[in-house]
Write a protein that binds this ligand. Structure first.
Ligand SMILES: Cc1cc2nc3c(=O)[nH]c(=O)nc-3n(C[C@H](O)[C@H](O)[C@H](O)COP(=O)(O)OP(=O)(O)OC[C@H]3O[C@@H](n4cnc5c(N)ncnc54)[C@H](O)[C@@H]3O)c2cc1C
Length: 456
């Protein structure tokens, strides 16, 4: 299907890359405009500061990425990424370890720079996508009545006096959480999207360590969740070049230290010892990196009555999630798949509102999962409707059962991993199993830092 001559995607992060794929099949050419100068190798870059912290593709993300880029998992493992099957994950949630025996989901064990590097190579390989790096999007160009976007004005990063206009049949904004779309819309006389914010004051400190295949009896992924009464958690992931990537998490102002001694001590304070086992006695590689996230926010473009034609916003520019559950890249991939479907059904007519509406479920599920978990902490401010309270109570029953029943563990992981929608946890067969299991157990465990809310 041919939809036009030129599509422009702003921002060559993960959302930009995955959106370029379906566009390249439907437009004569696609330009990926990127403010950074993109490296030839898999290395961190300024425009993606989060890229030095844990970044994994959950099962629903990896599976869907393969729908866009067949066999990309092989490319990743060919470059040294691990593909880690669920039975060897050590997921410590709700006071115990999830039983994931017999389940066959996979996640990636790789640094974000490697994932992005491999995906970028695949996106560029067929030749329909061109990268224009070192240029920043400054403003949208429109028809004189401002009803339709016709391109974008760019400014050179090397020489800020140099500007150029790029004409386009479609512009997709994937410039991340700092996106200027709200301002661009306001400047054009449109209402900007309302913003929902969740203040969590999360701090991340990340270090790399040498990894021996014997560490943790060969397990390559550990998650220690932040319990509702606590503020500390962490993730350890086997990544390329024989290393562990370890991110320690502090909520509500708690800051994991960067120096090795402080980092190790902090790890020893987690309620499960696996991450401390990785860190203590491990050989560090390089220095620690830190990041702070005062809040996460969702821009409600999906609720706007008016958006200009030929214009779409996606990825973190729409919603940035508490990264503890690693959903951001997966949501961006789902958005790209929804865009592909909408383009084939409706062409470019009302492309923005149509895609935002058809991808709303993914943003909502991920937001509910992450925000629901954050709200389990009494200090986090936000609405706790009846649906949230019921789901949290249900999870308090489900988690202890998931510690010893692989069917329940797998059901939970399918939801956290975005293979299933949250309501699958409420299906009668599972409900019966959870209730019977928790009666046998006779006790309830405080829900972990996660909560899966039933759809409103
Ligand atoms: C600490 C942390 C850990 C995370 N861990 C995970 C994880 O484990 N799994 C997961 O799926 N997600 C994770 N995420 C989320 C993930 O990083 C994002 O959701 C995902 O990268 C999609 O983002 P994006 O492409 O929309 O934005 P970004 O990745 O931020 O990319 C935006 C791009 O736009 C460019 N840009 C910005 N402004 C302009 C401009 N004006 N003109 C041109 N280019 C511009 C930037 O340079 C950048 O390249 C994590 C996030 C954080 C903060």
């Amino acid at each position: 299907m041919h939809l036009g001559d030129h599509a422009v995607v702003l921002g060559a992060g993960m959302a930009g890359l995955v959106h370029a794929v379906p566009l390249a099949e439907r437009f004569e050419r696609v330009t990926l405009v990127e403010r950074d100068s993109l490296p030839d190798r898999a290395e961190p870059r300024t425009g993606v500061p989060q890229g030095q912290h844990i970044h994994l593709l959950v099962p629903g993300g990896l599976t869907r990425l393969e729908e866009l880029l067949p066999a990309v998992a092989d490319d990743l493992s060919g470059r040294g990424a691990h593909l880690i099957g669920a039975p060897e994950w050590r997921f410590h949630m709700g006071g115990g370890r999830l039983d994931l025996r017999g389940t066959d989901f996979r996640i990636t064990g790789a640094t974000r720079p490697l994932i992005e590097h491999v995906v970028r190579a695949r996106v560029l390989a067929p030749g329909g996508v061109e990268v224009l790096d070192g240029w920043a999007a400054r403003e949208l160009l429109t028809t004189s009545d401002r009803s339709r976007v016709t391109g974008v004005r760019l400014r050179s990063e090397a020489d800020p006096t140099e500007e150029r206009a790029l004409a386009a049949d479609l512009v997709v904004d994937t410039t991340g959480r700092g996106s200027r779309s709200p301002r661009w819309l306001a400047d054009l006389g449109y209402l900007p999207p309302a913003e929902e914010r969740l203040k969590v004051d999360v701090h991340y400190t990340t270090r790399l360590f040498r990894r021996s295949p014997r560490d943790l009896d060969g397990s390559r992924n550990v998650l220690v969740d932040v319990p509702p009464a606590g503020r500390r958690g962490g993730v350890a992931l086997a990544v390329e070049e024989g290393r562990w990537l370890v991110t320690l998490i502090g909520m509500l102002g708690e800051r994991p230290p960067a120096d090795l001694t402080g980092f190790t001590e902090y790890a020893s304070g987690l309620w499960n010892g696996d991450i401390h086992d990785v860190v203590s006695g491990g050989t560090p590689v390089g220095d620690a990196v830190r990041a702070a996230f005062p809040s996460f926010s969702r821009h409600r473009y999906d609720r706007l009555r008016r958006l200009p034609e030929r214009y779409l916003v996606a990825g973190d520019a729409v919603c940035s999630f508490d990264p503890r559950f690693g959903q951001g890249m997966t949501v961006a991939i789902i958005e790209a798949l929804e865009m592909r479907r909408v383009l084939d059904e409706h062409g470019l007519d009302r492309i923005g509102p149509r895609v935002l509406s058809s991808a709303r479920w993914a943003v909502q599920d991920a937001w509910d999962l992450a925000a629901g978990g954050d709200l389990a902490h009494p200090e986090v401010e936000g609405p706790r409707p009846l649906s949230w309270r019921l789901t949290t109570a249900y999870l308090e029953r489900l988690l202890p059962v998931a510690h010893r029943d692989p069917l329940v563990g797998a059901a939970l992981i399918r939801v956290i991993g975005m293979l299933d929608r949250p309501q699958r946890l409420m299906r009668p067969q599972l409900l019966r199993r959870v209730l019977a299991g928790s009666r046998r157990n006779g006790s309830r465990t405080p829900a972990s830092g996660s909560a899966v809310r039933s759809p409103a």
